[in-house]
Design a protein around this ligand. Structure first.
Ligand code: LLP
Length: 432
């Protein structure tokens, strides 16, 4: 199996977090997102323990809520003591609703509005990661008006190609995010930030990309960033104390994807950080990583019900399910791979290849192609798409006015709804 929380039982049913998914589909209806609470906690702990060990207690995570954000998840993160990265007032609001201590949050985004900035400052977020010169000037003005002094990071683009898909590649010079070292813009904004009376520049941030497997991307980013920090010390006399290397570690969607050992990766980053700091005679900064996907992806699974099975002789065969690109747009957007099972017949004697498609009114509404499924798959069967915890619920839409699925949290053999299913009334709720 692609993850240790997925299995089969004596009925040849798919299990997730030890629970029978066919039963869960019956109990909660479909489509439904399942989440494995133990796996979320385990992933958070793995990161935090490895960071603490590798950096002698001077490192932590900001969990990137863009991967998945809802109140109960922020409650879990509160209990775990993890930091969070928020990118909107919506995420911040949700975290606060959960009672999350937002002084541990970092507010990101390439175009924060004045309202966002005011809200972030008045909520008391730990850091605002400033993305541009315009934003720096706006934030200084807002903090002056509010008589506040805000801790900030500056987003820097290190000029690194993470070799992942283009839509999630963000560390290159040509990016809508951040300030490039190569063009001198990073230096310019640091110099400016240091003159701001209401801003306390603590460090710099970069995020090179997402679903990254390529070797040494983070090590190279750390090296470039530390050299820049040393250069800024030289030029301004100021030693920045925080280095946030962003998120991006890849997860295993199919058997073809490698398994990344997060503790190993973190040890490699730590070695690169220490080597650069030694060479530059620079104090090892406080390190943050911002994992999103690798915290929640394998803690999620989506269940659907098959509606129709269609074979077009000489062409291909389709299985249509009761959700689609409105609850998981990732194949439509990025051709992302997923592992799909017939939940009631995991080991099938005879299989056939199908395109698993959704129920939305466009041909691009495909969840996955070339999926081996039992030949006798039929209307009413439960289908499971694995590893959907990241960027599925978070990117769900109301396309075709299909109500969004609920999230059911699994823990120790019990299940509970943590996000309710949208109702038809909800769908038209805002219409006047
Ligand atoms: N920090 C920053 C500043 C980010 O922009 C991101 C992701 C992360 C952290 C978390 O990266 P992760 O560990 O999740 O890879 N919708 C796309 C992914 C977009 C990622 C955007 N930024 C997808 O479904 O693949």
């Amino acid at each position: 199996m692609i993850a240790t929380n997925i299995g089969t039982n004596e009925l040849n049913h798919l299990t997730f977090a030890g629970m029978d998914t066919v039963d869960l589909a019956k109990e909660y209806g479909t489509p439904v997102y399942l989440m494995d609470e133990a796996r979320i906690r385990e992933n958070v702990r793995t990161y935090r323990k490895a960071l603490s060990e590798a950096f002698s207690g001077r490192a932590d995570i900001f969990y990137a809520g863009k991967a998945c954000a809802f109140t109960e998840l922020y409650r879990i993160l509160t209990e775990e003591g993890a930091g969070i990265d928020v990118v909107s007032r919506g995420e911040l609001f949700t975290a606060r609703k959960a009672g999350y201590p937002v002084n541990k949050a970092c507010f990101h985004g390439n175009n924060k509005t004045d309202e966002d900035l005011r809200c972030a400052v008045s909520s008391g977020v730990g850091y605002i990661c400033v993305d541009s010169m315009d934003e720096l000037l706006a934030l200084e003005k807002i903090c002056a008006e509010m008589s506040e002094r805000q801790a900030i990071l500056i987003r820097v683009t290190p000029g690194i190609d993470p070799h992942t898909y283009e839509a999630v590649s963000t560390g290159k010079v040509d990016s809508k995010f951040g300030n490039a070292i190569a063009t001198g813009q990073a230096e310019e904004i640091i110099r400016k930030a240091l003159t701001m009376r209401h801003l306390n520049l603590k460090g710099i941030h970069c995020h090179v990309g997402s679903q990254v497997f390529a070797e040494d991307v983070f090590e190279r980013a750390a090296d470039v960033m530390l050299r820049f920090m040393a250069d800024m010390r030289e030029k301004t006399g100021r030693t920045l104390e925080v280095l946030d290397l962003g998120g991006g570690y890849g997860v295993r969607y199919t058997e073809d994807d490698p398994v990344l050992s997060i503790p190993e990766k973190i040890r490699e980053v730590a070695a690169a950080v220490k080597a650069a700091c030694d060479e530059l005679d620079f104090p090892v900064p406080y390190i943050y990583l911002e994992p999103g996907r690798s915290i929640v992806a394998d803690a999620g699974m989506t269940l659907y019900t098959v509606g129709s099975v269609k074979r077009i002789p000489g062409y291909r065969s389709y299985v249509s399910v009761d959700g689609g690109m409105s609850d998981n747009p990732r194949y439509a957007l990025y051709r992302s791979r997923y592992t799909v099972f017939s939940a009631g017949e995991v080991e099938a004697r005879e299989t056939e290849r199908f395109s698993v498609v959704g129920r939305l009114c466009e041909s691009g509404d495909i969840l996955q192609e070339n999926v081996p499924l039992p030949c006798d798959i039929r209307r009413g069967d439960t289908l499971a798409v694995c590893t959907t915890g990241a960027y599925n619920y978070a990117m769900a839409s109301l396309y075709n006015r299909l109500p969004r699925p609920p999230i059911v949290m699994l823990r120790d053999g019990t299940s509970r709804v943590v996000v309710r299913r949208e109702t038809l009334a909800n769908v038209a709720d805002l219409d006047v």
